[in-house]
Ligand binder design. Sequence first.
Ligand SMILES: Nc1ncnc2c1ncn2[C@@H]1O[C@H](COP(=O)(O)OP(=O)(O)OP(=O)(O)O)[C@@H](O)[C@H]1O
Length: 259
Amino acid sequence: MDPVTGAPRGGQLPPSLEVSGLAFAYPDGHQALFGVDLVVRRGERVALLGPNGAGKTTLVLHLNGILTGGRGQVRVGGVPVDAEHLREVRQRVGIVFQDPDDQLFMPTVRQDVAFGPANCGLDGEELRTRVERALAQVGMAEFADRPPHHLSFGQRRRVAVATVLAMEPEILVLDEPSSNLDPASRRELAEVLDALDVTVLMVTHDLPYALQLCPRAVVLSGGTVVADGPTRELLCDEALMRQHRLELPFGFDPRSVRV
Ligand SMILES: Nc1ncnc2c1ncn2[C@@H]1O[C@H](COP(=O)(O)OP(=O)(O)OP(=O)(O)O)[C@@H](O)[C@H]1O
């Protein structure tokens, strides 16, 4: 920010997410994060890559205060993630977990999508509009009155995304969005995500998905950020990829993919 005008410096948009010096050890003493710094600006789509055990989930669980007690700071839309601001933070950070069944528990899709905003005091026409918009964004409007457990896995994942979009979050965090999807469902979800006008942080082992959807990628390895840059550049860096156990699918050449 320009200290005088308050305008974004150099034309950059304000940060949606700021992680600074985040270090965390689990109660058993295992140190999972060693001073992570990360800024995601409004409207960016960033892939968070890294091998198993890198600390990706641990980082994500700090973004809405599920994990706390480490060193450093996390801010979402300028609001610190701490006990005092937890309610506000949880409205601003929408996390879509890997298993949609963790997020769907009401008798109908509509009720599941309405649950969060209704809890925040929305009702009547405003709530109805919010729910319809979120379902339309994920292409699930016609399933509003179905029980979630009658839907396919891919449809349930899209509804899980809608439950989070209905909260109109500052940042949408997706944990392995393409996992367990068949190729058609994977493509449909990519189309949904690509059309969203929201800041996205996407944790994924699916490197082609990262390239397709996220212009920028961050590699977390051993609890620290080891690379941050254009996704294609990182995926083409063979030494970086090998060093951090990142492997492209057989025959996939990031140089030749058009995004
Ligand atoms: N509850 C826990 N108690 C102790 N150590 C943990 C706990 N949860 C995770 N860890 C450890 O912290 C480190 C980071 O784990 P984390 O789940 O954040 O990695 P990840 O990058 O999300 O991995 P994956 O790609 O396998 O999901 C790992 O070494 C893991 O074993």
